[in-house]
Ligand binder design. Structure first.
Ligand code: KIV
Length: 258
């Protein structure tokens, strides 16, 4: 199979075929997910939590993103590869541009994901001009929240609903090529699907999005932090992994052979 293009992802949306996306942070998992046929692999700044063992994504540096994005993109043959621009890179427009170029040029990724911020929306066009496609991230934005009560569904009030819809339209108008919606109400998702031309990838945003993304370690059931409530238990692999690894441990405990 050939490398999945953005055009192919758009055609999946058009044909109403769910777009499958998952996070990866290293070459071995990236190859595994690539071989399984995921359409998109994201090097998420969730690596702050699942790889570095921190309580949020806030301290991930551009250097770390480049390191992991390089490992993943070196191992991927088919999936479309997206990498997050970390919080620290978004402190000024100039830094967004220079760090995006560094992330794009030093890896083999296809797109950069940036958490939406009205103040730096002009950046999208500038990056598009430099042939760097952008995925915009709206709804729950892990880089700007820190309090427990902020981990909730967004878009339930009329004010918040129109805010998300307007921002999504603004992002598309400024050249966003994919929209990631995290913890957004199903009503908003359904309205946005009728309004946006670009594909919507959801996480914790119901099953009406064009595609879904999941943090790989949540799917495996081995995440360092608490598992999000929206993950369907049937898909969590922890039991199977535990069984096999326990069998291995038991076998080794019977060794050494006489
Ligand atoms: O960093 C991440 O893993 C994300 C999730 C929303 C998939 O952005």
């Amino acid at each position: 199979m050939r490398k999945i293009s953005l055009k192919k992802i758009y055609s999946l949306k058009k044909k109403h075929i769910g777009i499958t996306s998952i996070t990866a942070y290293d070459a071995s998992f990236a190859k595994f997910f690539d071989d399984l046929g995921f359409d998109i692999i994201l090097i998420g700044d969730s690596l702050g939590e699942v790889i570095k063992g921190e309580k949020n994504t806030h301290n991930v540096s551009i250097k770390e993103m480049i390191y992991h994005a390089r490992s993943v993109s070196n191992a991927v043959n088919k999936s479309y590869v997206i990498a997050d621009l970390p919080k620290d890179s978004c402190s000024s427009n100039r830094k967004i541009i220079s760090d995006s170029i560094a992330l794009f040029k030093n890896t083999k990724i296809d797109m950069i994901k940036i958490e939406f911020n009205e103040k730096n929306i002009d950046i999208f066009k500038k990056l598009n001009n430099k042939k760097i496609p952008i995925c915009s991230h709206l709804g729950l934005r892990p880089q700007v929240i820190s309090k427990k009560y902020e981990f909730r569904i967004y878009g339930k009030t009329e004010k918040e609903k129109s805010e998300i819809i307007n921002n999504a339209l603004l992002a598309e108008k400024h050249g966003a090529k994919i929209m990631l919606l995290e913890c957004v109400s199903t009503t908003v998702v359904k309205e946005l699907r009728a309004l946006l031309k670009i594909p919507i990838i959801g996480i914790g945003s119901g099953e009406s999005c064009d595609g879904q993304i999941i943090v790989s370690y949540d799917l495996l059931g081995i995440s360092f932090n608490k598992l999000p409530k929206f993950i369907k238990k049937d898909y969590i692999c922890k039991d199977i992994l535990e069984k096999r690894i326990n069998n291995y441990i038991k076998h080794i405990k019977k060794l050494p052979n006489k």
